[in-house]
Design a protein around this ligand. Structure first.
Ligand code: DGL
Length: 263
């Protein structure tokens, strides 16, 4: 019997179309500090939110196939777009072998906190067009009013690491500025957007912002625990950042975002 030398044996595989899922990874590390995480951002193919559903499914499945081959013990789809388009297929293929956790726009916590309020939902065109979003917003329709805003192009700004560029604030002003003072909360329904919290507050004032990162982290803990897969130990786990665009410049953005204070 040979030893299992697969590269990421026992790691939790986390992926996104690019750097956005790092906002989720931060929550996962906070919730489960002794786990080992392998993060993959598909920056060479970002953005996913403006591709066809079939393309997002194909790209997502290729990433998960490799993570499974390399020994990951669980998968976190840290991308709302990929979850909407592909989590069903991923669960069909791997759901019996390991926990598969997807992120969803944080409508539930927003509706709980801002009961009967007006809530803006910022997300990619693909997320807002797919059944998953309509099912979720329909189910919660009696709890709050949801106003979807398709934010094509916004994730790409984060992808390029240009968080403080003036055109980001201009873009936000165009997309959501007309709702200033007229809403009770904003759901950041794309994992790239938590990196823009400061800029969103500059445009919208001090309005509550909701994202799915911490809920996803708690769900990962529950599922690992249910399957007896939680890692015990005091030592901090390993965190590997990887990308399909592995230039020095790109990896610098990945590391900067992992250590950024996003409030
Ligand atoms: N971060 C992804 C999400 O959560 C999408 C960004 C993209 O369009 O690639 O939806």
């Amino acid at each position: 019997m040979g030893t299992d030398e697969r590269k990421y044996k026992g790691y939790i595989g986390v992926f996104d179309s690019g750097v956005g899922g790092i906002s989720v990874l931060k929550e996962l590390i906070r919730e489960l500090p002794s786990e080992d995480f392998y993060y993959f951002g598909d920056s060479a193919n970002a953005p996913y939110g403006e591709k066809t559903v079939e393309k997002v499914q194909e790209l997502s499945m290729a990433i998960v196939d490799r993570m499974a081959d390399e020994g990951c013990k669980a998968i976190v789809v840290a991308c709302n777009t990929a979850t909407s388009a592909a989590v069903g297929l991923i669960r069909e293929k791997y759901g019996k072998a390991m926990p598969v956790i997807g992120i969803e726009p944080a409508l539930k916590p927003a509706a709980r906190e801002e009961h009967h309020g007006r809530i803006l939902v910022m997300a990619t065109p693909v997320t807002l067009k797919l059944e998953k979003y309509h099912e979720l917003s329909g189910r919660l329709a009696g709890e709050a009013e949801f106003i979807p805003v398709s934010c094509a192009g916004l994730a790409d700004r984060v992808e390029k690491g240009r968080l403080d560029a003036a055109d980001v604030t201009e873009m936000l002003e165009c997309m959501i500025g007309s709702y200033r003072g007229k809403i009770d909360g904003i759901v950041l329904g794309c994992t790239h957007y938590p990196f823009l919290k400061k800029q969103i507050r500059t445009v919208m004032g001090d309005v509550p912002l909701y994202d799915g990162g911490s809920g996803t982290a708690r769900e990962l803990r529950r599922q690992l625990s249910r399957c007896g897969l939680l890692k015990n130990g005091e030592k901090p786990g390993r965190v590997v950042l990887d990308s399909s665009l592995k230039t020095e410049e790109e990896m610098k953005i990945y590391h900067q975002l992992l250590h950024a204070d996003i409030g």
